[in-house]
Design a protein around this ligand. Structure first.
Ligand code: FAD
Ligand code: NAI
Length: 471
């Protein structure tokens, strides 16, 4: 059955990109339909990504702190036990509260929500195989593809989500593994590795490159956080490539060797986490039916206004270019709708922050030192360590630093890199500074409340154009 009413906008995918665009479109008075096949809204981020991982990170951190770091604070505790099913329940409560919240926002903003899998019938028609059985079809003047991404598999090692897991399985393990091997020392590997290490697993990260952190992390910061995570018990094998895996025994065996070639070595663990990146997901969409192509990395090709070569079909979020981050997808959701209603949308791709929610957190925005060197940009550096910050001292939480990179001549901020407690919140100030084209002196001459961690931010700015006071 084809619905007769033609919508202004039909959105395929109800993840962060798609649901934000749907709400924005509803607010702008467009007739909008959002098609999502998962059975709940919010996509990877709310269901199996950002939200459940942060719930586990917070609660595992509290558990770890009670076990290792309260005696010296004057708190004696008795028998501390992990209740993993309850920790998982707390996670599920956060997830379901938020995903249901989006359904409410859809109703509030007049968004039609169809539960099912969408595929192109023609350039204006999306057929939907409904989750409850049967099918329908929706016609749209404009169509927005927001189908997201999926884990990149490791060739030859099948993910069963119990012994060999992706992040989907890593947020839902039934018990704490004795040993966990992580293929890939990027954001997922370090966040989920932190969770299980804090809960008692012996975690080893196997990373192909010579540094952890994945793309974008400043090299000095990457070294700094590696040292701290190492102190917490995580082990690292850098410059190491995984050749093959064998899950046929009781645990899983991985054959590894030095990245540049060398003697092979066999590692064993109860659980292996595959975290070597994510790739765009466009399966079953029927792109070929309407003549749309993907590039060598599977991304749907678009112009600067998110248009495909069929101008009324746009693409945003993880399934196209740019960092695979929820807040990037969200900005694009708003901008794509504004291109429709106002002919202009704004996303500053130079000012999209990145945060790794380990403890301490790592956060950055703008360019890192490696990139500036490669581009031959003349820059100056200012840093401030949390050991010299009064609040970090009272919190007994002093690992890390703030680092500013600024143009050597104009003092304009080019990048901010933080490893430290609350870095993920603090980076918002750096992002705002970058967005407004601020200099380090603008930040250094702005009053910051005392005693706060943010004073380290101010003093690192001061150290860039002049000198810090407390270090
Ligand atoms: P998705 O969220 O993947 O949503 C796409 C949706 O489209 C899915 O729900 C899918 O079911 C649906 N879909 C696909 N095809 C169809 C179809 N044919 N018909 C109907 N529906 C369809 N980012 C952050 O910024 N911060 C974090 O802390 C963070 N943590 C993460 C932790 C993990 C473990 C993972 C895996 C990712 C994390 N991310 C984080 C990344 C973030 O989840 C993604 O960048 C974000 O979800 C992208 O949004 P999206 O809407 O483009 O895609
Ligand atoms: P990633 O790209 O961050 O890191 C993958 C790492 O695996 C890299 O360091 C890479 O060098 C390494 N690698 C690749 N192939 C390898 C191999 N064969 N052997 C050993 N190492 C190998 O990807 P990750 O961690 O899977 O995360 C995917 C994406 O999800 C992130 O890039 C990010 O966009 C998003 N995400 C964001 C989070 C956040 O914002 N806090 C949290 C989790 C995920």
């Amino acid at each position: 059955d084809v619905r007769t009413e033609e919508k202004d906008l039909v959105i395929i995918g109800g993840g962060v990109a798609g649901y934000v665009a749907a709400i924005k479109a509803g607010q702008e008075g467009l007739k909008v339909t959002c098609i999502e096949k998962r059975g709940s809204l919010g996509g990877t981020c709310l269901n199996v990504g950002c939200i459940p991982s942060k719930s586990l990170l917070e609660n595992s951190r509290i558990y770890h702190q009670i076990n290792h770091d309260v005696k010296n604070r004057g708190i004696d505790v008795g028998d501390v036990k992990l209740n993993l099913p309850q920790m998982m329940k707390a996670k599920e409560t956060s997830v379901s509260g938020l995903t249901k919240g989006i359904e409410f926002l859809f109703k509030k903003n007049g968004v039609e929500y169809i539960k099912g899998a969408g595929r192109f019938e023609d350039q204006n028609t999306v057929a939907v195989d409904l989750n409850d059985g049967g099918s329908t079809a929706v016609r749209g003047k404009n169509i927005l593809i927001a189908t997201g991404s999926e884990v990149t598999p490791f060739p030859g090692l099948e993910i069963d989500e119990t012994k060999v897991v992706s992040s989907n399985g890593a947020i839902a393990l039934k018990e704490v593994p004795k040993k966990m091997l992580v293929i890939g020392g990027g954001i997922i590997g370090l966040e989920m590795g932190s969770v299980w290490s804090r809960l008692g697993a012996e975690v080893t990260i196997v990373e192909f490159l010579g540094a952890i952190g994945g793309p974008g992390m400043d090299a000095e910061v990457a070294k700094n956080i590696q040292k701290t995570l190492g102190k917490q018990g995580m082990k690292f094998m850098l410059n190491t490539k995984v050749m093959s895996g064998d899950p046929s025994g009781q645990g899983v065996k991985l054959e590894v060797e030095a990245a540049k070639g060398g003697k092979a070595q066999t590692l064993e663990a109860d659980v292996v986490l595959v975290a070597i990146g994510r790739r765009p997901y466009t399966q079953g969409l029927g792109l070929d039916k309407i003549g749309l192509e993907t590039d060598s990395k599977g991304r749907i090709v678009i112009d600067s206004e998110y248009r495909t070569k069929i101008p009324h079909i746009r693409v945003i979020g993880d399934c196209t270019f740019g960092p695979m981050l929820a807040h990037k997808a969200e900005e694009e959701g708003v901008a794509a709708v504004e291109y429709l209603t106002k002919n202009y949308g704004h996303v500053n791709y130079n000012a999209i922050p990145a945060v790794m929610y380990t403890h301490p957190e790592v956060a950055w925005v703008g360019q890192n030192e490696q990139e500036l060197k490669e581009q031959g940009v003349k820059y100056k550096v200012g840093t401030f360590p949390f050991t010299a910050n009064s609040r970090a001292k009272t919190n007994l939480d002093t690992d890390g630093m703030v680092k500013f990179l600024a143009d050597a001549e104009t003092d304009r901020i080019l990048g901010v890199h933080i490893v430290g407690p609350n870095a993920g919140e603090m980076i918002a100030e750096g992002t705002l500074a970058l967005e407004y084209g601020a200099s380090t002196e603008d930040v250094g001459r702005t009053s910051h409340a005392h005693p706060t961690l943010s004073e380290a931010f101010k003093e690192a700015a001061m150290a860039t154009y002049s000198k810090a006071i407390h270090f």
